[in-house]
Design a protein around this ligand. Sequence first.
Ligand code: C5P
Length: 231
Amino acid sequence: MSDSKIIVALDYPATDAAIALADQLDPDRCKLKIGKELFTRSGPKTVELLVQQGFDVFLDLKYHDIPTTVAKACAAATDLGVWMMNVHTLGGAAMMRAARDAIGNASDRPLLIGVTLLTSMDQQTFDQIGLQGTISDTVLRLAKLADSSGLDGVVCSAQEASRLRVQHDDAFQLITPGIRPANSEQGDQHRTMTPSEALVAGSNYLVIGRPITAAKDPMLALQEIENSLTS
Ligand code: C5P
């Protein structure tokens, strides 16, 4: 397994483009994230192919269903050989515990991560669905529930990382998207942090998409991000 903290988001509609990008990347220097679009188009074959090529794969399908169904999906993802997968914490403690039980205790078992509230959720949407309180307190509460249900960590914005780091011990993994190297395009991301700022805030892994996938030379973009982490 690579010790890279960088997870490249393979946000492509088709297998060919995703594989072409992966071919330019080194599995010792980054991990890969496969989300709903690529998985729905190209299925587990792409996951297996990238795992065979030596990549640590984060399967980002955010499972949220009754405990038995989520447990079976997590067992299936474990069989694919993924390094990390995630579930929605809003599915509740029983669902998260069932997911954790399903992935087993082998030393190379996948990491199981919780999604708290999607960063696309604003206060109006939060109120509309009947949740009480503030978004940030709810994120903290759901992260605590994920921890006590046996999950290995949560996906969070880098802005939330420092408060979560105080609440949880070092073993609890914080996975942060919304990362932008200094002087790069923000795109549709708001409230971004640079890779080094996010690590200082307590993030364990940085999910980075377009700054690498849209670069002319993805490996050079990755190299520049690595350099920014050591300088
Ligand atoms: O291209 P970019 O670096 O913005 O990609 C970020 C990746 O992280 C995308 O795959 C996006 O769906 C995902 N993500 C996010 N914000 C979240 C959760 C996931 O940007 N809160």
